[in-house]
Design a protein around this ligand. Sequence first.
Ligand code: SAH
Ligand code: SF4
Ligand code: F3S
Length: 417
Amino acid sequence: MKFFVETIGCQMNVNDSDKITDYLLSEGLEYADDVLQADLVILNTCSVRFSAEHKAYSFLGRLSEQKDKNPRLIAGVVGCMAQYAGKSIKNRFKFLDFVLGAKELDKFAGVVSKFIETGGVRKATRKSGVFEYVTIMRGCENFCSYCIVPYVRGPEQSVSVDEILAETEKCVKRGAKEIILLGQNVNSYNYKNIDFTGLLKEVSLINGLERIRFMTNHPKDFPDELIDEIAANDKICKYIHLPMQSASDYVLNRMNRKYTYGKYKLLVEKIRNKIPRINITSDIIIGFPGETDDDFKETLRAAEDLKFGGLFIFKYSPRPNTSAYKLKDDVSTAVKKERHSVLLERSNEISKELNGYYINSEEKVLVDAYANGICESRNSQNIKIFFNSAKDLTGKTVTVKITKVFANSMSGDMREN
Ligand code: SAH
Ligand code: SF4
Ligand code: F3S
């Protein structure tokens, strides 16, 4: 029996899909290279923006046709959209065999076992990637006014230190060199009085683990000890994703982000003073209800002033249940598009300018993929670096001299050691 997992959404979902894949492989099923070859298809969904839900509906439309041709096909939907709109998905797509919300993933084995023929003997495992995700916190209770995550993933819960260490060790044994610790706000990690800084110290003691990354850090509560630990600990990547969302205090307040632009800027400056080579990236929401031209200009100016290594810019999308849902979505699609493209263009120029400082620099990079004679790697700052190589160096750390820079990547020549 062959299976296929389609994943929409954030790293949390990627991590959940990895677990689903591990389970099905351990039951003797085989991974299908193509959805059309699969006997079991699982769609892992996201609700963060309407566009994510739209993607799921299109996928299910195509799957329905596949089911018409192959009535023996087993199909299930999991994840965030299944959590909050499970009933309507079941009603609309009657062919589905199961729908299981993100909070019920522990029931996956029980539910799916009814449908699968287990292979019996062969207990395969997923080949570990160079980097692997480890979830350290589930849920979120920050209730940013635009965000559906607290409603679909439930309240914040920290995973035990022991479980995190065991999971990380398992990944390292299977060949991972880098671990990415995941949580909606890792700064509020707390398990029996071990905070996130304490957790980082423990995880970094694991033998064979070369790099640690994490996301996401909420700017409202970034402790000084954490900044110091990132600065001092060689295993921790010099990269922080620090979503700003907006630089207008009026908008930030309406978003319930619990900081002002002034506070955010001070935090960025403090981090940069203590960790000289840090790369800071951010998320921005464009067109939040009530965002005026002046509010947007403040965000644009902040992007120019703070010079992020990269920006993820999203157009505001009203989400059911959230408190902002009651506000009028009053920034027109055309204005959202215009602001989005202005900011994106500026942000790309800035990223390219920042990458320019790397010309001729010798970067220590970890290779995570190889194709057509080109290695794809990242430095500690999480910048993508390409270089030519006759050999597949996946998993190896090498030195690359940077010769060319682009907005979102760089390229160079490997130094023979
Ligand atoms: N926990 C993380 C973010 C998770 S969602 C944090 O607080 O930073 C990832 C990003 O999606 C958010 O940072 C935000 O920029 C964007 N986002 C969330 N809800 C959105 C919505 N309703 N419309 C548009 N963008 C949204
Ligand atoms: Fe959503 Fe805010 Fe929680 Fe991030 S911190 S997941 S944006 S509610
Ligand atoms: Fe992630 Fe989307 Fe769920 S962003 S937590 S998969 S709603």
